[in-house]
Design a protein around this ligand. Sequence first.
Ligand code: TYD
Ligand code: MG
Length: 473
Amino acid sequence: MAKRSTSFLCQICGAVHARWQGRCDACGAWNSIAEETTAADTMPATLRGGRRGRLIALESLTGTSEDAPRVQVGISELDRVAGGGIVPGSVLLIGGDPGIGKSTLLIQASAKLASAGHRIIYVSGEEAVAQVRLRAERLGLSGAPVELAAETNVEDIVATLSEGRRPALVVIDSIQTMWTDTVESAPGTVTQVRSSAQILIRYAKRAGAAVILVGHVTKDGQIAGPRVVEHMVDAVLSFEGDGAHHFRILRAQKNRFGPTDEIGVFEMTGLGLAEVANPSALFLSNRDSGAPGTAVYAGMEGTRPVLVEIQALVVPTSLGTPRRAVVGWDPSRLSMVLAVLEARCGIKLGAHDVHLNVAGGFRISEPAADVAVAAALISSLSGAVLPPDGVYFGEVSLTGAVRAVPHAVARLKEAAKLGFTRAVAPAAKGTAANGRDAGEAPLAVDAISSLGDIVATIAAKGSRRSSDKAQEG
Ligand code: TYD
Ligand code: MG
């Protein structure tokens, strides 16, 4: 019998510690370390004995290997994020908060593929077969020939998968519920999650079947986060959204077979997840364009333009240190924009609280939102309403200059498609210097070269407005 040993593993990052401690040195998480018993030596005896290695054939980069045909799920928002379909033999991890809709998305994908004639196996470790069936029935998918199992032992699952026709896709929902005989820790611990994932990944590579692992991300660290398997899998997709909004965003965080900046947008409806082909229209659907402090940002997510509303509220503070609250954007970028407004444009916000919100719960990752944020801030501070038919984009540098951003034409075209007639954007290569693109610019562009230009335009409008009010009064 193998020797047993105890080790203390951080359930969030997987770091091994010699003894229990309250805080993990590696990732800084509190109360995340748990004791786990492992077989001290799980390496096969033949490997330990210093055997003579077998010769491996080395190959050249230029060799021909057949391009694995991707399996198109038929849900285009999912296919695009995966890089144009799912690669056979690859392993995808879909992470997300509990209840966000991972199981719903995957049962819909499974049903689509199964109806197209592929062999699809859906293993649920969380729900009973009856529950999965009930959900499928509610979604109108019960006719699809998906093969279901409620099982948590990885050895049993792999043995079952190896029988019969090779499946095109295996869904494991979720990896945290899986356990293997080879390790002794409780299901859900780092060791179990990692070992189970390893066995499933080995199966995927050997059999050439695509495997999708579902992973819950919890903030309290009670269940092993899927972070420990992120480096083992081929692609990591995160499914985001919040309870207050109906739409969900699928984002690629890592992808060995495709780009990582694409997003897929879905809407949670009574009939499951519906694809949103035009996310801008969804994000702008409840616009409040008559109030100061809102600006529409023409953004890009991968190859797709997305228009969202940025809302700012600038109010005199009652605290010693003013508040800076940001939802949906990088707080350090907000600090930078505020600092540039103060240093280069003379706008003092030190005695004001600043609240910034990206409407609809969307999260912006691009620096191109700087100009739109600045416009919303100035609008809120001055009380001047921005023109409702205008969009904003551009990156602000520390000198106060506004820099060009990629895909200016695509942003402008999307804005024009949604009925916007003007854009405040950098006087950029993308639009002006590149003559062909400039000719294509589908709406009027107010070219700006510095943040001061925006301040001047909005402030001029603001003072006109207040003088109008004075006359009325
Ligand atoms: P689920 O896929 O079970 O989430 P996860 O697997 O990520 O934990 O989704 C559960 C939520 O989705 C639940 O709160 C109800 C909602 N939902 C709908 O709104 N409509 C539907 O058609 C379905 C199936 C679920
Ligand atoms: Mg689920």
